[in-house]
Design a protein around this ligand. Structure first.
Ligand code: TXA
Ligand code: MG
Length: 360
């Protein structure tokens, strides 16, 4: 398949402002060109094709969420197990009622507070949503992304868009258009080549069908933010709290099916060193040196002094560049998990390492 590269990399939110607020000619031209390329992408979605597009978290691989044949192509292109459900992306709050049954009272508060944004909510689904989209579940995951391109694409397509992250199944999620090209060129109809994902980690997933509501995947919005919004407690799935990151694997029925697969993984072997900073650094040095002595190429990921937002923004990209460098072993230093970003980043880091953790 010949993948159309729709280059909109000149566009950013500044362009939008310069065009819409100040009416600058150059910005208006870029905006016009961007919209015409999104239109091409939207036509592909309408025709049942696949388009990768930027969002604020990671790039998504989109298809018409209401068309089982189109969604089926996503599983095929990614090599994704078909019991792993998709997130349905919408551009208008009204669309929640189109695809989900009347929801708990808290839903409105949560939507008003966090959308558009990096939060996915799970609700009971309506008939309209085909089982292919939800991996056979009676529930549906819904998100309104905070990204102009993504929102325009959904609006122009005239349908909710099912979109997992736009990587080959098991690879680190794509935070740059280049990552999508590496993984999916030749396997999908088009790629909207925009700017890098701002956040760099996938959205928080919260199940609103259970009381107390439960976080199934950590992200930059955490249980405290959500509890403050609704004025009652929010639980965190216990498999996320255990030190043992892949423990979701061991549960009989993982609540979020995606959590049971090895995820976000580089080709290289990876070890995470956790513990007090004064112990972590020497242990990384020790492991590096013994592995180099036996002829292995070692890469280190250690976030020193950077703020955690920047660390999260760069993490997946760093995994991919270590692979590009032909590293045999990646040794990563743990980050502080006391805030939402650090907690979400450590969840991804442990999974990337296949739970290969050294505690010091
Ligand atoms: O930030 C994001 O959420 C990105 C961008 C593209 O929006 N998307 C994303 O999709 O990360 P994906 O498919 O890689 O992850 C979706 C997660 C999986 O862990 C899946 O199992 C879970 O959401 N999920 C989807 N529908 C669900 C449902 N009905 N019940 C429980 N978990 C569900
Ligand atoms: Mg994914």
């Amino acid at each position: 398949m010949n993948t159309q590269i729709l280059d909109i990399s000149e566009f950013d939110e500044n362009v939008l402002k310069r065009a819409q607020v100040f009416g600058e000619k150059e910005a208006s031209d870029i905006l016009k060109d961007t919209l015409s390329k999104i239109k091409v992408a939207a036509e592909i979605i309408k025709d049942g094709g696949l388009v990768a597009f930027p969002t604020e978290t990671v790039y998504g691989l989109g298809a018409n969420a209401l068309d089982p044949d189109a969604v089926g192509k996503i599983y095929k292109a990614k090599g994704r197990p078909s019991d792993n459900p998709m997130i349905v992306h919408i551009a208008s709050r009204k669309d929640v009622d189109m695809i989900a049954k009347p929801s708990p009272e808290d839903t409105k508060k949560i939507i008003d507070n966090f959308w558009p944004g990096p939060l996915t909510i799970i609700l009971e689904k309506k008939e309209l949503v085909p089982p292919t989209t939800t991996g056979g579940l009676d529930t549906v995951a819904i998100r309104m992304p905070n990204n102009f391109i993504a929102l325009e694409l959904i609006k122009m397509s005239g349908t909710p868009i099912a979109a997992p992250s736009a990587n080959l199944s098991g690879k680190p999620s794509p935070t740059k258009a280049l990552h999508v090209i590496e993984d999916l060129d030749g396997r999908i109809d088009a790629i909207l080549v925009g700017s890098d994902s701002n956040i760099g980690l996938e959205s928080t997933v919260i199940d609103l069908t259970v009381i107390p509501h439960m976080i199934l995947r950590p992200g930059i919005i955490n249980e405290k933010d959500l509890a403050d919004c609704i004025g009652s407690d929010v639980d965190v799935d216990e498999s996320l709290l255990m030190n043992d990151a892949l423990s979701a694997n061991d549960c009989d029925t993982p609540k979020s099916p995606g959590m049971k697969y090895k995820h976000y993984a580089p080709v290289a072997e990876m070890i995470v060193v956790e513990g007090r900073q004064e112990n972590v650094i020497p242990e990384i040095e020790r492991l590096k040196s013994i592995n180099e002595k036996i002829g292995r190429k070692v890469g280190v990921i250690f976030f020193k002094g950077e703020d955690l937002e920047t660390a999260a923004h760069n993490f997946y990209s760093m995994l991919r560049s270590q692979d590009d460098d032909g590293v045999d072993l990646i040794i990563a230093g743990a980050v502080d998990t006391s805030n939402a970003v650090g907690f979400a980043l450590m969840n991804r880091m442990r999974k990337s390492a296949g739970n290969n953790i050294v505690r010091v």
